[in-house]
Design a protein around this ligand. Structure first.
Ligand code: ZN
Length: 108
């Protein structure tokens, strides 16, 4: 399975990515499963930059994601709720703090 990213900023160890809705929750990713990481900003080609291991998959409202987890967000500008909401809203249209999202943790 391949996760697509607008920003290709990753760090060693645990990273998280936050995806709107439950689509990714329902894909049935299993901890330990290997996934491919693709970086593809709008208008650019898909480029698989590496692989990672799924650590966990969690459904949550954005506002209830623990701050201790937010610090693992792969994109530094999204490590606060405000930054995450702004970034998601830029790409997806307005995203509210009470929306359900899927948080995917993965180990580099
Ligand atoms: Zn892609």
């Amino acid at each position: 399975m391949t996760l697509h990213f607008i920003s290709g900023t990753f760090h060693p160890g645990l990273n998280i990515t936050v995806r709107r809705g439950l689509e990714w929750f329902r894909k049935g990713l299993i901890p330990g499963q290997t996934i491919s990481l693709c970086v593809c900003p709008p208008g650019q080609d898909h480029t698989v930059v590496g692989q990672a291991r799924v650590a966990f998959v969690m459904a949550a409202q954005i506002e209830t994601i623990p701050d201790e987890l937010m610090k693992y967000e792969h994109e530094p500008s999204c490590r606060t709720k405000e930054g995450l909401l702004a970034a998601m809203s830029r790409v997806l249209g307005e995203v509210r703090a009470d929306e359900i999202v899927t948080v995917i943790g993965f180990e580099m």
